[in-house]
Design a protein around this ligand. Structure first.
Ligand SMILES: [Zn+2]
Ligand SMILES: [Zn+2]
Length: 125
């Protein structure tokens, strides 16, 4: 189990998550429909270059939406194409990008550089 915390203030950004594999959903439905989440609830996957942690949209309770309206634009949800749109709920640091629009994936991408998994401070369990 891992809890990713804000590097800046140590507030937990995620719940307890484990390494998992993305699910390949059915073909994108036509029209304005949001696809099912890429990751199963409670799991994360590091992206190809290690810069992002892909999570289920409901696994980041420690974050809040960015206050810049340009960052949270979208059609049916959040497009996430204009920079990080989720910030730390305590200190406001930009920590993640959420995509949940009708033409994007449905996921949250935590920036590896903005979070810590606590391994440095927590003893092995
Ligand atoms: Zn739409
Ligand atoms: Zn913070």
């Amino acid at each position: 189990m891992t809890v990713f915390r804000c590097t800046n203030c140590q507030k937990p950004m995620t719940g307890e998550v484990v390494s998992g594999e993305p699910v390949r959903g059915p073909e994108r439905p036509p029209g304005h429909e949001v696809v099912p989440p890429r990751m199963p609830l409670g799991t994360f996957k590091t992206n190809f270059d290690g810069s992002l942690l892909i999570l289920h949209p409901d696994d980041v309770p420690g974050t809040v939406l960015h206050t810049d309206p340009r960052r949270v634009s979208g059609c049916c949800g959040l497009a996430g194409q204009d920079g990080p749109n989720l910030v730390c709920g305590r200190c406001g640091a930009e920590v993640a990008t959420k995509e949940s629009d009708c033409w994007t994936d449905n996921l949250v991408a935590l920036m590896t550089a903005a979070v810590t998994d606590g391994r440095a401070t927590d003893a092995a369990v």
